[in-house]
Write a protein that binds this ligand. Structure first.
Ligand code: S3P
Length: 423
């Protein structure tokens, strides 16, 4: 696909539903008693993998343009899958499902694509085993993972990394455990699981960084409206901020404070972003308007990292167009995403003539000189592909992106929306 340097981006868009919330809506809907109607569901490949896994365990899930309807089977109603559960490219499906499967009375095996088979699963195996789970993985760390029936008991677990997938896996296993389950986070990570548990009647308490769950009798189905994904909005926030003359509005974006690090960082770089129509149901939502402005470098590290972990590739693009130095640190987790996102972005920014240096836990981008177009590699990573497309819009000359179809993991219509805005 060719990307050309573009005229100002103008207009109003909606971006697809939140990936994290869509996964959780299907999972908790499946375990609830009653029917769950999900609107705004993300029809991306990752979330479809979650639907597929639950269908294989006897859950009826109807997908239409309007909504996804999940017929809950109750906490103990899943049935043994007849074949391996395939989680595709989805870390969230794999890790969260491992917590649920650990508590079942049947044996199951999960596997995913080449990227999933390289991602660390020891981090979920360890606490689940402490809870009494019988779980095997290749080299004790990788998919395929096999879970055998076992009795679980609650634990108190201090997470070694601020990971919402890990936290959620433990809390989901906690549904099936004898006694309380407590998770202590080093820094707050996205809290969609906790919010959805509360909405479904599960007793769960958050006290600073300590989260405690009481195993419930059952979960009561509620309808779920999924807000637009701030991680998908991020590409347009950066595009609007770096393409001269742009002004665009993104409607109904989820602005849960555990996800809004991108807004804090872009504003600290001088971006002009305003919020309107704020409302708060189970998740806070608003419209975001971004206008082009001159950006400057910033420092990003510490507790903000889990609040913007998926946005760091596109933040690196913003940094390339910003005057001065941007330092990203404490972001080692980027190395174990769909690709090694530090290495991927450093290599591709370098191709575009950006002065960028890889560090142990992030990168240093020295912006200011206008990047030029290049033939970019995606590493089969949806967020790398979209970040490089944004770079191409504001770079000098044309760019090429190999395998643009990888965006379908989280944003199937990304390029169509970009064209609609004038990109
Ligand atoms: C997610 C948590 C994050 C994030 C991922 C989605 C979730 O992963 O990168 O895209 O839905 O819980 P980690 O838990 O590995 O940080």
């Amino acid at each position: 696909m060719q990307i050309n340097s573009c005229a100002p981006l103008r207009g109003e868009i909606t971006v697809p539903g939140d990936k994290s919330i869509s996964h959780r809506a299907v999972m908790l809907g499946a375990l609830a008693s009653g029917t769950t109607h999900i609107t705004g569901f993300l029809m991306g490949e990752d979330c479809l993998s979650t639907i597929d896994c639950f269908r294989k365990m006897g859950v009826s899930i109807d997908v239409s343009d309007k909504e996804v309807v999940v017929e809950g089977v109750g906490l103990h109603g899943l049935t043994a899958p007849k074949s391996e559960l395939y989680t595709g490219n989805s870390g969230t499906t794999t890790r969260l499902l491992s917590g649920i499967l650990a508590g079942q009375s049947f044996t199951s095996t999960m596997n995913g694509d080449a990227s999933i088979q390289k991602r660390p699963m020891g981090r979920v195996m360890k606490p689940l085993r402490e809870m009494g789970a019988s779980i095997e993985g290749r080299d004790d760390n990788f998919c395929p993972l096999t879970m055998h029936p076992s009795e679980l008991h609650g634990i108190e677990y201090r997470l070694p990394v601020a990971s919402a997938q890990l936290k959620s896996a433990i809390l989901l296993a906690g549904l099936y455990a004898e006694g309380q389950t407590t998770v202590i986070e080093p820094a707050p990570s996205r809290d969609h699981t906790e919010r959805m548990f509360r909405a479904l009647g599960v007793e769960i308490e958050t006290n600073g960084n300590v989260i405690t769950l009481e195993p419930p009798e059952d979960l009561h189905a509620v309808d779920i409206a999924v807000p637009a994904d701030i991680s998908s909005a991020a590409f347009f926030l950066v595009a609007g901020a770096i393409v001269p003359g742009s002004e665009l509005t993104i409607r109904n974006v989820g602005v849960n404070p555990t996800r809004t690090g991108i807004l804090d960082v872009l504003r600290s770089m001088g971006a002009d972003i305003t919020e309107s129509n704020f409302r708060d149901d189970a998740e806070p939502v608003c419209d975001l308007t971004v206008r082009y402005s001159r950006l400057h470098g910033t420092e990003i590290g510490g507790a903000i990292i889990p609040r913007l972990i998926d946005e760091l590739p596109v933040i690196a693009v913003a940094a390339a167009f910003a005057e001065g130095e941007t330092v990203i640190r404490d972001a080692q987790e980027l190395k174990v995403k769909e690709s090694n996102r530090i290495a991927s972005m450093v290599a591709e920014l370098t191709k575009a003539g950006v002065d960028v240096e890889e560090t142990d836990d992030g990168m240093i981008v020295r912006g200011g000189a206008k990047p030029h177009g290049a033939a970019f590699e995606t590493y089969k990573d949806h967020r790398i592909a979209m970040s490089l497309a944004v770079l191409g819009l504001a770079a000098e000359g044309a760019s090429r992106i190999d395998e643009p179809e990888v965006v379908a993991i989280s944003y199937p219509d990304f390029f169509t929306t970009l064209e609609k805005l004038g990109g």
